[in-house]
Design a protein around this ligand. Structure first.
Ligand code: ZN
Length: 268
């Protein structure tokens, strides 16, 4: 699309799921009491300068304690799509919630890209409040703090770049330091929105998911995500089962992985 910027492949690996009701997925309550399950993903970006992993999922023990249905280890899922976790040099942590920042020890060669405001949030006064602390696993946060002291965290404040054509953009909202990832692909700029929008419906109906630190920032984040993406089909929500359903499957695998750098084959 844009000359001189590499085109990247993006693969989403679906590794866990949980049953939920629609009214649990929006702050407004005028939604039907119908099933609306939530999926869990990690993402891999492949290009000429090596592989980039976006988020690292949770462990089987966490799946058990939080009562999520674990399909497989997300890191092993990445291995199945050709990513060797031992050699990955760049891991983006969109935010430090348990379902995005477990398994950090499985990437021994990596530096971890994190917003400065997320590190401050996850170690600051709001962690005294159960509503803000609940989705963090303190062991992940401690791991990240050790990573800071070991020189393995690359801090970003606002916008940052991982590689040419892979940029990070702070949006906040869901947590104080949530960032999204903009990736240049053959079909244009795709935005891995992570929990800037859990489902397509959150951004479409401007109705945030109930785990939200700052509703105003979340609403503004929808505008940022839309401005960064080349169209609605270029926005990838963090937890929507529709992502696995509408994008082409990576063939020959016994796990669910889909290609996001090619157009979807179905509507949402
Ligand atoms: Zn999440």
């Amino acid at each position: 699309m844009t000359p001189d910027i590499p085109n990247y492949e993006i693969v989403a690996v679906r590794y866990a799921t949980v049953e939920r009701r629609a009214r649990e997925n929006f702050i407004s309550t005028d939604f039907p009491d119908a099933p609306m399950p939530m999926d869990y993903f990690v993402w891999a970006i492949r290009g000429p300068h090596g592989d980039v992993v976006v988020d690292t999922g949770f462990t089987e023990a966490t799946a058990h304690s939080r009562k999520r249905r674990y399909l497989h280890c997300p890191v092993e899922g990445l291995r199945r799509v050709g990513i060797a976790p031992e050699t990955v040099k760049n891991v983006v942590i969109t935010h430090l919630h348990y379902d995005h920042a477990g398994n950090l020890d499985r990437f021994p060669a990596a530096k971890f890209h994190l917003q400065e405001s997320e590190a401050a949030f996850a170690t600051g006064k709001f962690m005294l409040d159960a509503s803000r602390q609940h989705a963090y696993d303190v062991e992940d946060v401690v791991w990240a703090v050790r990573g800071i002291h070991a020189g393995r965290i690359i801090f970003h404040s606002g916008m940052g770049e991982v590689l040419p054509g892979i940029t990070l953009h702070h949006v906040g909202g869901h947590t104080a330091g949530l960032q999204v990832v903009r990736v240049h692909t053959a079909r244009g700029w795709v935005v891995l929105a992570s929990d800037a929008t859990h489902f397509y419906a959150n951004i479409r109906w401007r109705s945030p998911f109930p785990i939200v630190h700052d509703v105003g920032a979340m609403l503004e984040g929808y505008r940022v995500v839309e401005a960064l993406a080349d169209g609605p089909d270029h926005i990838i929500p963090g937890h929507d089962p529709a992502v696995a359903a509408r994008f082409p499957r990576v063939p020959g695998l016994d796990i669910e992985a889909v290609r996001l750098d090619v157009p979807p084959t179905a509507e949402t």
